[in-house]
Design a binder for this molecule. Sequence first.
Ligand SMILES: C[S@@+](CC[C@H](N)C(=O)[O-])C[C@H]1O[C@@H](n2cnc3c(N)ncnc32)[C@H](O)[C@@H]1O
Length: 246
Amino acid sequence: MNGRDGYFDEGVAARYDESDADMFAPEAVEPVVDFLAAIAGRGRALELGVGTGRIALPLAARGVRVHGIELSRAMTARLQAKPGGDDIDVTIGDFATTRVDATFSLAYLVFNTIMNLTTQSAQIDCFRNVAAHLEPGGCFVIEVGVPALQWLPVGEVFHVFRGGEDAWGIDEYDVASQALTSHHVEMIDGRLEWTSIPFRYVWPSELDLMAQIAGMTLRERWGGWKGEPFTKESRQHVSVWEMPGS
Ligand SMILES: C[S@@+](CC[C@H](N)C(=O)[O-])C[C@H]1O[C@@H](n2cnc3c(N)ncnc32)[C@H](O)[C@@H]1O
């Protein structure tokens, strides 16, 4: 399972757009693209974990030049086969360390993908790598869930985040190590398939410290892409850190 393409191998890539159809709906994508296009301005954007181009393609269609870093060749092949795919350059590699020979006004990492880095040091490396690519005054945007520990009864380790007729999602928390294993059970062609993906959950304040280590400061934090306030009830956040200006 965890081969050359990581957890997003051929089988996952083939079903990705369909199984996350709600995330591809215009009402989910457009606010993200509006937000990112406003920050990119006339500059270039770097998407870490660009996947099948859910955000990169519509952002490029707005006139922003987008470059992706992606581990999975299977996901990249799906992106490149789509209309507009030729406009997105993709560098295959680990976004914690892979360098692209260009600089950007915006780097972004959406859909909880910072948690795919399963150690604190890899997450810090990612911030450092982004800082090395950003122009003075450039911004790094992350969209990630707030760790759902408030919804776990004392001693419980499982949190059901998705339930339905043919798909279930259960997160398993280890509060000692900040490890999170996301179990996905899906009915595919009449057969139950089970996938478990390891993550590292990370607190907003911890991300701020990683940004500080990499030379960035927090500019904004929202509860969603439409400027919702970030409060104690927020289930996710959209955070923007900024490099010092020129
Ligand atoms: C949840 S998907 C998100 C894809 C896309 N950003 C989107 O919003 O639909 C996470 C993507 O990040 C990629 N990925 C995970 N860890 C990575 C890493 N360390 N380096 C590069 N890509 C990675 C996966 O292969 C996958 O395509």
